[in-house]
Design a protein around this ligand. Structure first.
Ligand SMILES: [Zn+2]
Length: 435
């Protein structure tokens, strides 16, 4: 029987066919489908292996040889070499100068992430600044914009349109420099929903924003093809604290991250990945209960950590203007001002109680302080440790390490740019379909 089988009606060219005839027709089509399936499997395997090799190269920003890649992946040397050749061809990696290993045989050529070929754009709106940053695979900053401002209760349409304009500018700068932009990620201080087709900010209490369709508000200057995602800013800051360049860990892969400005945010990083929970809303340390009779928090509850350890609380207790720059607080601490020292010590106690609760639950031993809290880490450390000593069940058995995050004036933008690069392999393969 010839003709096209319509599987929904079981008819061929409008004529019903018997079950036996239908089976024969399906059998005729199957080998063709199996061929496609095999090709798809091979292609999926190749992409999988390319991803595996690229990940290794990104992890070792100082370079990794083909032999080391073969050893680490279990692939044969020739397969590893072929995959590296493919990655070189699509601009994801580069060869560095040959190293004299001192061993007999061919010296090893270190492979590193390619600079300047692909970039991720990270952006953030915080309460007192907005920032946009584009970073390439090697960690070089191609575009950097940092704009101080007061964004509390700002108009989200206006603020995000301006941010969108800067993102468009970043994309244009990357393109002019010869780099393909893989995507943009926006960090906001609140509950974000990046799983929906349209990235949405559910609520950012301190910005006073609710249910914001991010992509729409970023405006029309953004290229339609640009993939835009959204994430919580503390999650992104934690990424920046964990990674020195995209994919390359600084050395710690399991830690609790605490950011503290007006709002207090947090994130849990396990195995180098931010633990997100069911909705991406895990890690809200700022709204852990410290005192049920405490002051009202912007979130609507009383006595959250934020109202004891946030910038406003600390500045007010120190006798400073709540809006004063962090530098004023640091100057007062350095001069040994008793009231300021007491204010920061008190914030440290509230933070310590919160961290003890979190560590009792999670059993992590490293805490990284970022943004405002990071800058005063020296002064909060004693009372944090004291609270941990009093409240940790595991006290005496574990040593908690308290670290300050690397200095960065917009760590959420840095982390966002790193995450925006996650789809780089797909983007590169799509750009070079013949490779
Ligand atoms: Zn709260």
């Amino acid at each position: 029987m010839e003709g096209e089988l319509d599987v929904s009606t079981g008819q061929v060219d409008g004529t019903p066919v018997s079950a036996a005839e239908r089976t024969a027709l399906v059998e005729r089509v199957l080998p063709l489908e199996r061929g496609w399936q095999e090709r798809a499997n091979q292609s999926a395997m190749r992409i999988h292996n390319l991803g595996l090799v690229l990940k290794l190269v990104m992890e070792e920003e100082s370079g990794i040889s083909r032999a080391e890649i073969a050893r680490s992946t279990g692939l044969t040397r020739s397969t590893a070499s072929r995959l590296i050749q493919d990655l070189l061809g699509i601009g994801l990696v580069v060869e560095q100068q040959v190293l004299e290993s001192g061993e007999p045989g061919r010296p090893a050529t270190p492979i590193t992430p390619a600079p300047g070929t692909y970039a991720g754009i990270g952006a953030t709106v915080n309460l007192d600044y907005a920032a946009v940053r584009a970073i390439d695979l090697a960690g070089n900053v191609i575009f950097d914009h940092h704009e101080p401002g007061d964004f509390r209760n700002s108009d989200p349409v206006e603020t995000l349109r301006r941010l969108g304009d800067r993102i468009a500018e970043a994309a244009e700068t990357c393109t002019a420099a010869g780099a393909t932009v893989v995507g943009a990620c926006i960090g906001l201080p609140g509950l974000t929903d990046g799983r929906a087709a349209e990235p949405i900010l559910r609520v950012a209490p301190n910005l006073g924003w609710r249910n914001i369709p991010i992509r729409e508000y970023l405006g029309s200057r953004l290229p339609n093809s640009l993939r835009v995602t959204v994430d919580n800013d503390a999650n992104l800051q934690a990424v920046a604290a964990a990674y020195k360049s995209p994919g390359s860990l600084r050395g710690i892969s399991d830690f609790l991250y605490v950011s503290g400005d007006v709002g207090v945010g947090g994130a849990l990083v396990l195995g180098g990945e931010v633990f997100r929970g069911n909705h991406g809303w895990a890690g809200e340390l700022g709204h852990f209960l410290v005192d049920p009779n405490g002051p009202l928090c912007e979130c609507g509850a009383h006595g959250c950590l934020e109202v004891f350890a946030g910038k406003f609380a600390v500045h007010t207790a120190a006798g400073l203007d709540p809006d004063a720059p962090a530098a004023e607080l640091i100057a007062a601490l350095q001069s040994g001002d008793a009231r300021t020292l007491a204010a920061v010590a008190s914030a440290g106690r509230a933070l310590g109680v919160t961290l003890a609760n979190a560590i009792n639950l999670l059993d992590v031993t490293t805490v990284v302080f970022g943004t405002g809290i990071g800058r005063v880490a020296t002064w909060v450390r004693p009372t944090v440790l004291e609270a941990l000593e009093n409240r940790l069940l595991s006290r005496g058995h574990i040593q908690i390490e308290l670290l300050a995050a690397p200095d960065d004036n917009a760590p959420a933008a840095t982390g966002a740019a790193h995450l925006a690069l996650i789809g780089v392999l797909d983007a590169a393969v799509a750009l070079h379909p013949g490779s």
